[in-house]
Design a protein around this ligand. Sequence first.
Ligand code: UDP
Length: 194
Amino acid sequence: PGKIDILGVKIDQLDLSEALQYIVQVIKEGGRAMIVTANPEIVMKARREPRFAEILSEADLITADGVGLIIAAKIFGTPLKGRVTGIDLIQALFEIGAREGYRFYFLGAREEVVKQAVANVRAKYPGIVMAGYHHGYFQDDEDGVLADIKASRPHILLAALGMGKQEAWISAHQAELGIPVAIGVGGSFDVLAG
Ligand code: UDP
């Protein structure tokens, strides 16, 4: 599928089922993908911060999460297929993952939030494999967190560390951790915990 350039950020032209197909294929083939769910704030941040723009340019898939991007694409005369929100994407992945035995790791949010999010996902998707989780305030023990993630061998890492931070963290560590799929999911653990 093609890409739509919104003020320098290249958004993938695909719908939810195509995004899922891509992710399933990456896992099946033992590939590696960094996935960004983008909104207008991300585009503006990329315009302000060249380092962040560079990280985004390394993403393998950028979906249009925010409705503002759909509107902008239309105004620019290069309409997107539709929204692929982070929350829709991960809920669909939980369903597929529960069937296929994908191992998920949740990284981010406050301890009680991520713990509740994990509990709710376990309850809603019977059979799902939660490989592990850790809160997102680990600056004093990053090595411990890296070791925990590595030992739990997830297929899919969901990183909810806030916009920018999560993408930078994935970009810095995904390869050394050997994780096939990593997705920056912003406030999604707060939604899942709610
Ligand atoms: N968060 C985190 N560590 C941080 C900063 C934020 O785990 O150092 C979490 C925060 O608890 C929340 C999520 O990241 O669950 C999204 O944070 P926020 O809404 O502030 O970020 P945004 O994505 O809107 O920038």
